[in-house]
Design a protein around this ligand. Structure first.
Ligand code: GUN
Length: 283
């Protein structure tokens, strides 16, 4: 079974469009997402464009603020202060990576925690690991959605996550743990990675190395979620899993593109609605 994030995201967007209309009727305006992009890296420009397009598809207002890569850290922090104070802005996202002269942790920490649609603010990270209320990172949330959509039982399963980033690896591990999977976190330095991945009923790979996971590294019948997106020499998108050879062996697999990616954006829109509700629905 090839699990299409594109189709699930399209269905969720139809539902969200209705919800956004209801919010506008109830509160007099629609949720508003502000996206900040420094520089003109092609990948980041494409992500940011996709975020704005999807927001408009569901009726969420979005403002993209583009600044040169030479923008100072102080100017970026002041921009965040302005957006933090702006009662018409619900969600704030700073596209990563930032230029090297900027302290990313300092910038993320400056976003008001209630507006942190990425779920990267230290207090949202703490909320995830302490089981308190907060915003959850978009890709991990999208992965759990996909698993639920496919009817994959998570409880009691052995999950292996390859990757330990704050964007995907660590938070998805915690969400799988919360659903009562037994979770192993492997990474690019894991010795004999295949010995670990072959144990997985659910294998999530988020490293960013094309075809890292070959057919011999996968347990037959496993569920495989491919989060890697890299471009090969021909500028073609490639995942971390050797899809052609792995797909016949497994029960469920996500394609690249069209798997996890669309769900990340879908969950970003859900998080934007959540940030709007934080301020409006404290009824
Ligand atoms: N760059 C790559 N993935 C992401 C993401 O999920 N959020 C942000 N802000 N930047 C990214």
């Amino acid at each position: 079974m090839i699990l299409s994030g594109k189709e699930l995201a399209a269905r969720r967007k139809v539902e969200m469009a209705v919800q956004v209309q209801e919010l506008e009727r109830a509160y007099g305006r629609v949720p508003h997402l502000a996206v900040i992009l420094l520089g003109d890296d092609a990948g980041s420009v494409s992500y940011v464009t996709g975020k704005a397009r999807n927001a408009s598809e569901v009726g969420i207002r979005s403002t993209t603020i583009r600044k040169p890569s030479t923008t100072s850290e102080q100017e970026l922090l002041e921009l965040l202060d302005t957006l933090n104070e702006d009662t018409e802005v619900d969600g704030i996202l700073v596209q990563l990576p930032l230029p090297p002269h900027i302290d990313t942790d300092k910038v993320i920490s400056r976003i008001r925690v209630e507006k942190d649609v990425d779920g990267f603010h230290p207090l949202n990270v703490a909320a995830l690991w302490q089981n308190t209320k907060g915003l959850t990172p978009c890709t991990p949330r999208g992965i759990i959605r996909l698993l639920d959509e496919a009817g994959v039982e998570i409880a009691g399963k052995r999950a292996v996550v390859v990757g330990r980033s704050m964007i995907v690896g660590l938070p998805v591990s915690k969400l799988l743990l919360d659903r009562n999977a037994t979770v192993t976190i492997a990474h690019s330095k894991t010795v004999d990675l295949g010995a670990v991945t072959r144990e997985a009923d659910i294998l999530v790979v988020a490293i960013g190395r094309p075809k890292l996971i070959t057919a011999d590294m996968v347990k037959p019948g496993a569920v495989v979620i491919d989060v890697g997106v890299t471009r090969d020499a021909n500028n073609k998108l490639s995942g971390d899993v050797d899809f052609t050879n792995v797909e016949p062996l497994v029960s469920v697999i996500t394609p690249v593109p069209g798997g996890v990616g669309p769900m990340t954006i879908c969950c970003l829109l859900e998080n934007t609605i959540d940030t709007f509700l934080f301020t409006h629905a404290s009824l």
